[in-house]
Design a protein around this ligand. Structure first.
Ligand code: MD6
Ligand code: FE
Length: 161
């Protein structure tokens, strides 16, 4: 996991400008990525438009998983307004699960393929969600050839905390 724009600390579940492990400022969010996220945001007229101040980047190997969770470390104001997250997937396909409870047997499962964008906001802001598994060798061959991306999946989530 790494953070851009600001830092999200996995152990304290808090946001801040610097990274506790080396004291460094989080690198800026590249403008080109922010533009893509905001363009996706603007296609959903029901959701407010965010000005992302943090992008959390997760890399999953092919055995990577993420348990069902809610994203609720953002500010009260962000949560109460239902400000959306914009999530972009790159590389191998993930089986993504979501539902109203922490029970993975009741969760809905969908594939998130390379290039897919998922937006959670408004009434879905506190949905339980996670990654049940990453499907080996499912990244587009052009992506592997042109970038040399290693096996696994990268997920970027843009937020306004
Ligand atoms: C992932 N994503 O797709 C994990 N959180 O790898 C998340 O946990 C997530 O995709 C909030 C909003 C969108 C997400
Ligand atoms: Fe999440």
């Amino acid at each position: 996991m790494m953070s851009l724009g600001n830092n999200w600390d996995l152990t304290t579940h808090s946001y801040g400008p610097t990274r506790p492990f080396d004291g460094a400022q989080a690198p800026a969010i590249p403008e080109a990525l922010k533009t893509i996220a905001q363009a996706a945001n603007s296609t959903v007229s029901e959701f407010p438009q965010i000005d992302p101040d943090i992008c959390i980047v997760n890399y999953y190997t092919n055995s990577g998983k993420l348990g069902l969770h809610q994203d609720k470390d953002e500010s009260k104001s962000s949560i109460n307004q239902g400000l959306p997250f914009i999530s972009i997937s790159i590389g191998d396909t993930a089986e993504f699960m979501f539902g109203d409870t922490r029970d993975k047997d009741q969760a809905t499962k969908i594939n998130l393929e390379s290039g897919d964008v998922l937006i959670l906001g408004g009434e879905s802001r506190l949905l339980f969600h996670g990654v049940s598994h990453v499907r080996t060798d499912t990244a587009p061959s052009w992506l592997k050839e042109e970038t040399g991306i290693r096996p696994g999946r990268i997920n970027l989530t843009f937020r306004q905390y």
